[in-house]
Design a binder for this molecule. Sequence first.
Ligand SMILES: [Zn+2]
Length: 339
Amino acid sequence: MVPSSAFRGYFDLMNNTLEFALRTFGNLLSPAGPNGLLSILIYHRVFREIDPLLPDVVDAARFESQMEVLGSLFNILPLSEAVQRLKSGTLPARAACITFDDGYADNAEVALPILKRHKIPATFFIATGYLNGGIMFNDKVIEVIRRLDWGGLDLSDMGLGVRSLSTLPQRKETIKSLLSVLKYRPVEERRDFMDRIIDAAKLSLPTDLMMRTEQVKMLSDAGMEIGGHTVNHPIIAKLDMDSARAEIDEGRIRLEEMTGKPVSLFAYPNGIPSTDYRYEHARMIEEMGFDAAVSTAKGVGRFGCDVFQLPRFTPWDIPLSRFSFRLTGNLLRTEILTA
Ligand SMILES: [Zn+2]
């Protein structure tokens, strides 16, 4: 029988070879200087342990191994520094940034210690209206479906018929359909719809999903960057320009009060160019004095691109080899948005 240490040696060799190959390939695709590319990863939540209802969301162990892989394949920079170096054509080879959206408490409780352990800087884009006990709409839907003990839920109003909630796959499917139908409905309509279910089932929802003010301050004090993400997380393309400006401005002011530092980075809620925000919003953010803004378009930042519409990307793959391949593959995307 082959001793297990021989297997480990073999796998270490394979991993080292793969890592070396990906780094070499990455150097060719994403060299230092004006031809450099900027990969920006986007995360939302980092659970302590895998949530069977949301198996695609990373848990602490998976996040930690992703950070190890990233640290070995990429040169991770704070986003503000990366933007300056992108503009001046002085990015290091294989440049990358880590970002988190929305302001979940687990970012401070679970992700921060891992980031600190690996000395990885990150930027946290926070929607201020949900801090200190609030719940975002997506989570309201998830937490309601998690808690309902009814066999079936009548969603005929939403064109989804009566949904059975007896099994985990049925609950997952109901969450997915409900979110896709409700996502672009008017805020009041979708809130009333969910509140009727919450009242009828006498549910109480969690109040600790989002950060508290002290946790925002803690991230900032730990050297992490805090960026704006509006107050109420609206789809800003659906607002008039004055309301969009007020959402962005107020969110920024509240974060500056919490951290005592200027906020110069912004992430568009939902972030899909042309659908969730438009070109004129990018120009407004620029005119408001921000240094850069990030979208959720796939791809990489490159010299000459619009730094107020930087693309972001995160591979969802669980096997680390596929995660690394897909990250490297993202460097081949050639789409570019210009100002
Ligand atoms: Zn968001």
